[in-house]
Ligand binder design. Structure first.
Ligand SMILES: Nc1nc2c(c(=O)[nH]1)N[C@H]1C(S)=C(S)[C@@H](COP(=O)(O)O)O[C@H]1N2
Ligand SMILES: [Mo]
Length: 311
């Protein structure tokens, strides 16, 4: 495995909850760019990409997939079902003004304006692998903040056992929502301990700039140890709930897509194997790793669970 030496960087953060980070996966330190370019235009479709200020956080040393691939080969069914549809159609989505409602089982439910939310967070770059259930993968340099910080801000109560996420419903701009390929709006969910795991990220950027619409602007979830469809894009609502919430893909094909959907080479999808994957840009398939290679940090969440049953 490639080891990237960054002598100019020092180790810090992401060590709460006893999380132990392997040095070769841990590129950390201060690399603030001193840029706060968040003044995005409030009208007319896709905002121009703006630079974000961030520090370096927990990252794989693998080479990131080229930006052109990350932004042109997408799944975002609200804009069509072909890989090229989101890049072509997502420019219609107005991402300002944008609010995110965080509510449910908490003492301080709140509606956040996206720009205020971003200003209030310490952004980090986290280079994570992304493994789609279809059998392809990428390495993506996200910029974002831990989901657990947003959850903590609303003071969850003991009834908060799961977290439910919802994407915007706006068929006039999300033209794919005119077709019933899924029950709209797109929904996802996590157990509260998954959602508050330090690796669960809210991404607001990639490659150092604000997220392109096709990748889920203005904010999306990134759960690197689960299949890509768990990482819901263009979120407008996050609710703390006491029961496992319904999720879009599980509703449409429950035998194919479970609630947990941890990357698991030992449990095949009913129509294809999950043992290997094609890294975008590579020719040969490579082996898929349990929990997408993040087992060292997340396997404990599932101790004692039958992962064939809870797929
Ligand atoms: N709202 C919404 N979120 C979504 C999807 C979608 O269709 N709608 N597709 C998912 C799937 S299947 C994958 S693989 C990832 C792809 O993220 P990317 O296009 O940024 O690589 O987004 C996920 N999030
Ligand atoms: Mo996917």
């Amino acid at each position: 495995m490639l080891i990237r030496h960054r002598p100019d960087l020092t180790e810090n953060d992401v060590t709460d909850r006893g999380l132990y980070l392997r040095r070769r996966e841990f590129i950390a330190g201060a690399a603030g760019l001193g840029l706060a370019g968040l003044g995005l235009a409030g009208s007319g479709g896709a905002a121009a990409a703006a630079p974000l200020a961030f520090t370096k956080g927990f990252s794989t040393p693998e080479k990131p997939t080229p930006k052109d691939d990350i932004t042109s080969y997408n799944n975002f069914y609200e804009f069509g079902v072909d890989k090229s549809d989101p890049a072509e159609n997502a420019g219609r989505l107005k991402t300002r003004p944008w609010t995110v409602r965080v509510d449910g089982a908490c003492e301080a439910p709140r509606t956040f304006d996206i720009d205020e939310l971003i200003k209030g967070q310490k952004l980090e770059e986290r280079i994570y692998r992304l493994r789609c259930v279809e059998g392809w993968s990428m390495v993506i340099p996200w910029v974002g903040f831990p989901l657990k910080d947003l959850i903590a801000a609303v003071k969850p109560t003991s009834k908060a056992k799961f977290v439910a996420f919802e994407t915007l419903m706006r068929p006039s701009e999300m033209t794919g929502q005119k077709w019933d390929v899924l029950q709209w709006p797109y929904r996802e969910g996590l157990r509260i301990d998954e959602a508050t795991h330090p690796l669960a990220l809210i991404a607001v950027g990639l490659y150092g700039e604000t997220l392109p619409n096709q990748n889920g602007a203005p904010l999306r979830l990134v759960v690197p140890w689960k299949y890509g469809f768990k990482s819901i894009k263009s979120i407008t609502r996050i609710s703390l709930v006491d029961r496992q919430p319904p999720t879009a893909w599980n509703r449409s094909a429950p035998r194919e897509y479970g609630f947990y959907s941890n990357v698991n080479p030992a449990v095949d999808h009913p129509r294809w194997s999950q043992a290997s994957e094609r890294r975008i840009g590579e020719f040969r398939r490579r082996e898929t790793l349990a929990f997408n290679g993040y087992g060292e940090w997340v396997a404990d969440l599932y101790r004692g669970m039958d992962l064939k049953k809870f797929y």
